[in-house]
Design a protein. Structure first.
Length: 164
């Protein structure tokens, strides 16, 4: 599973409240993603395109267990790369079909707008502008299966564990 996309850079400790503010829980599902990152990057949700990649610093996804990864995926973000990822957020990302990999130094590999290539199976991360390449631990096959199925719920439906 190779992904290519334009890079959006974020700093350390990007919490789920920034991606999924509390007030959006009262909105229709389709409107929620447009408020993603609005507090720290106004207008960002209108600029993101299908296939874009978020690259961030340490502790990405800290905070509550809101379905923030769903907002990123709904906006078209194809992958998350971060120095470190909150464990609960990582699991939510996989469950919503958003592959997420951590690698020390990844945020220094890119400038905003660079093109990244991520091989989720091998763990290879490449800046297509500079050619810099680094390796990280790949996603385990079980998690790749969830992502390729469109998320956990679609996989469970496909395998007959949930009706749908």
């Amino acid at each position: 599973m190779k992904l290519r996309g334009r890079v959006w850079l974020f700093g350390d400790s990007i919490n789920t409240d920034l991606m999924y503010p509390g007030f959006v829980t009262t909105l229709p599902e389709a409107e929620r993603p447009k408020y993603c990152m609005g507090a720290n990057r106004p207008g960002w949700s209108e600029q993101v395109k299908e296939g874009d990649i978020v690259v961030a610093g340490k502790n990405f996804g800290c905070g509550s267990s809101r379905p923030a990864a769903k907002s990123l995926r709904s906006l078209g973000v194809s992958c998350l790369l971060a120095e470190s990822i909150n464990g609960l957020f990582l699991r939510n990302a996989i469950n919503f079909a958003l592959p997420a990999l951590s690698l020390e130094g990844v945020s220094k590999m890119f400038k905003e707008g660079d093109m990244a290539e991520v091989d989720v199976r091998s763990g290879q991360i490449k800046n297509l502008k500079t050619g810099e390449t680094k390796m990280t631990s790949p996603l385990p096959q079980a998690l790749i299966t969830i992502v390729e199925s469109g998320g956990l719920i679609p996989l469970l439906k496909k395998e007959g564990y949930l009706k749908g």
